[in-house]
Every structure is written in C-alpha cells, then in structure tokens.
Design a protein around this ligand. Structure first.
Ligand SMILES: [Zn+2]
Length: 116
C-alpha cells in the first residue's frame, strides 16, 4: 500500500466514522416509518411540531447505503492508485527466465538468453 492509497483509506474511514456519528434518523411505529433527518448518534433530532413524533431510531438502511457507497468509492480509488509493476508496452518477458526486457534488446540482461 503506497502513500496515496493510505490517504484514501484514512479519508474514507474518517467519512464513514463521521457518517456513523451523525446518522440519519427515523420515527418508527407499528404502522409507520417516517424519515426524520440527520442528528448526532446520541441525540435524536427534535420534533418540529407537537403532533410530529420524535425520531426514535437510527435509520440503519440509509446509514449502511451511505457507508457502502463511500467504501466502494474508496476501494475503487485504492485499486486505481496501485502502482503497476513492469507494465509498460515496451516490456516483454524472457522465455527462459521470465524476466522483463525492453523491446529491441538482443540478449536477456538476466540470464543471457538470446532474444528474437
Ligand atoms: Zn532471461
């Protein structure tokens, strides 16, 4: 894992933690589920009207969808930041020792095998 990949990992992890600390809330009863906006984990959002029931549950589904999206983006970035080893178009592999050599080389620099 290189420095940029670590950066992406830490940023993604921080976003996930922030999302978990400030999650979406909902009001759930036997008959209804209503969204209630975002608030801190241990402080359900206040009801804006007396006839509106206060949120009583963290909306885990919305929270996990958010975490999932951040994780996927993070993983894609980490994979795309991976340094590809010996993958330039000009490199080929020696048939005898499998070491990469540059196009145009007459002999393998590693085992001395003649290259075509
Ligand atoms: Zn070789």
């Amino acid at each position: 894992m290189n420095a940029n990949q670590l950066k992406v990992l830490w940023i993604s992890a921080s976003i996930v933690v922030a999302m978990a600390i400030y999650p979406p809330w909902q009001y759930e009863s036997a008959t209804t589920v209503e969204e209630r906006g975002y608030s801190f984990l241990f402080a359900a959002p206040a009801a804006h009207a007396p006839e509106v029931y206060r949120a009583n549950k963290v909306d885990m589904r919305r929270l996990f969808v958010g975490i999932f999206i951040v994780s996927v983006i993070g993983l894609v970035l980490i994979c795309s930041l991976k340094k590809s080893r010996c993958k330039t178009v000009d490199e080929h592999m020696c048939p005898a020792c499998s070491m990469p050599y540059e196009l145009g080389a007459k002999f393998c620099h590693s085992c001395g095998e003649q290259l075509l």
